[in-house]
Structure formats: C-alpha cells, structure tokens
Design a protein around this ligand. Structure first.
Ligand code: SF4
Ligand code: SF4
Length: 288
C-alpha cells in the first residue's frame, strides 16, 4: 500500500525507471502475501466487476475512443442477480481483498451503484470496496450514499491536459476536505493521466506516446476481471473480451480460476512467457 502510494506520486518521466524495480518488489510481496493469506501463491486479491459499460469520456489512450462499446445507446448493465452470484462465489473462498465495480465503464454513471455496493458489503463485510472513477460525477451526496453502503476508498483518475488535471485535483481536494469535516473517514487516491503518461497500449488496441514494455506480468494473477456479461477475462487490458476462461453465470469463480488453461497462462506470463496475441502486443508495446 505504501509502495503503491509512492508509485502513484512518481512523475511520469521517472515512472518508467521506477517500474521495473517496483514490479520486482511487488512480485515478491504478492507471492508471500497470497501464501500467507490464502495458503496459495496463485490467488487473486483484487476483483474488477463491470457493472456498466457506459463512460462519459473518450480519452485518447483508451479503447473507448475507438470503439462504440461505452456509448449510451450501447450501454450494457450487469444483471443484479449475476452480481450477487459473484459475491456468493467470493464468499465461498473467504475473499477479503479489493472489490471494484469497473472495467471500461464509469461506475458512478450506474444508478444502482450504492445498492450494489451495499449488497457487496453485506455479503463480504471484510472486503475492501474501492471505486475507480474519472471523478466527474463525484460529489458529497453521492459519497455519503456510498459511505452508507460501505465504500471507504476511491481512486480518481484525472484525465485531460495539465490545466484540466489541476482544476480537477483542486475540486477533489475540496471534496476530500468536506467529507472529512462531515466526520467520514474516506481515502481518495489520485492518479494523473495525460497523453504523455506511461500507459498501456491495451493489448495493442491503442497507440500511446510512452509505453513501458513488460518483462513479466502479474496482472492476470492478482486481479480477476469479469465483464458485464459474466465472462471472466484474462486481464483488464482485454477490452474486447478476446481471452475468456468461462462465464460466472454457468460456473463458479473457483472452478473458472482453477481451470488448467487459465492456471497455465497465469504461470507463463508471471515468468515473462507471452503466448497469447494480446499479451505479445501488450508486453512488446506493439499496436494492431
Ligand atoms: S480512460 Fe477511463 S474515463 Fe477515459 S474513456 Fe476510458 S474508461 Fe472512460
Ligand atoms: S501481458 Fe497479457 S495479462 Fe499482462 S497486462 Fe498485458 S495483456 Fe494483460
């Protein structure tokens, strides 16, 4: 957590140099953490669940700028009963990690969000509910609703140019102060993202100015990703859902996670063996 906080504060131009050292430390840390917590080094501690596909922005480094998946007329919502099924599957493995309602949609656009988080908190009271958002819709009434639902953590990605980033940072700073004054302990981390940030090419879907090539990858091992339809995907870069290992409506999460094919690919990419096309493009920084 401490390292992650430092990492998020590192200026873009130094992030590339810091990343390899950071990745090595994270790799060792996750190995030990998963062994101690789950008795199994190969266990995810984060889960991203896409409750809506809708996003209000079109950032140049995001596939949402090139595909119509996030547009209003294409909006897809994850059915509530499917969301609950996922929570119950997580309960069956005593999951206490981070749950975040996002993939490429903006979670605050989902009117059901507080209700969904409330269900997550009721079923998994020890899990950490963390909202990843672009922050555009974040305000005190919404934060208070989400607080009642059990949400104590936010990661706000600030998009846009330097000026816009600064204005938004100021606005979020005010929200942070207001919610604190209201006696609610809420953590809000900020990430500044701009065209010249060191970014992922999203498995080769987008061209970015600065990309850090991967020697190995922990993403698939540490964070499980489920899209609105219940498909369990390789990682958060699989925007088009090209590499799926099963659907949570038909199988349980542990069944999907423990499939030999899924285990094999996780093990390989942890070692830097990138066989899937999406991983080859992602690790090499290549564009389709
Ligand atoms: S980067 Fe985030 S805010 Fe920007 S278009 Fe993609 S999902 Fe939306
Ligand atoms: S290397 Fe593969 S698993 Fe890792 S982030 Fe890239 S696409 Fe995802």
């Amino acid at each position: 957590m401490f390292l992650k906080t430092i990492y998020r504060k590192i200026p873009y131009e130094y992030a590339f140099f810091f990343r390899n050292v950071y990745d090595e430390i994270v790799k060792a840390y996750l190995f030990l953490f998963h062994i101690l917590k789950y008795g199994n080094a190969d266990m995810f501690n984060n889960i991203n669940i896409e409750t809506t596909t809708l996003c209000n922005r079109r950032c140049g480094y995001c596939p949402n700028s090139f595909f119509d998946r996030s547009l209003k007329h294409n909006e897809k919502l994850m059915p509530e009963d499917l969301f609950i099924k996922i929570l119950r599957d997580l309960k069956s493995i005593k999951f206490t990690g981070r749950i975040s309602p996002h993939f490429y949609g903006e979670p605050l656009l989902d009117k059901r969000l507080a209700g969904l988080m409330s269900m997550a908190h009721a079923i998994l009271p020890k899990a950490k509910l963390e909202i990843y958002t672009n922050g555009d819709l974040l305000d005190i009434p919404l934060m208070e609703n989400l607080y009642e639902a059990g949400v104590r953590n936010y990661v706000v990605a600030l998009h846009g140019d330097k000026k816009e980033n600064e204005l938004n940072e100021e606005r979020i700073g005010c929200l942070r102060q207001e919610i604190k004054t209201a006696g609610k302990k809420v953590a809000i981390d900020l990430i500044n993202l701009r065209d010249d940030s060191y970014l992922s090419n999203r498995g080769g879907l987008v061209s970015v100015k600065n990309i850090a090539k991967k020697v190995f990858c922990q993403y698939a091992s540490n964070a499980l990703v489920i899209n609105y339809a219940g498909d369990v995907l390789l990682c958060c870069n699989d925007y088009l859902g090209q590499v799926s290992f099963g659907n949570v409506a038909k199988e349980t999460l542990p069944e999907i996670w423990n499939k030999p094919g899924f285990k094999k690919i996780r093990k390989e990419i942890r070692k830097g063996i990138f066989r899937a096309e999406i991983c080859r493009k992602c690790s090499a920084g290549a564009v389709r």
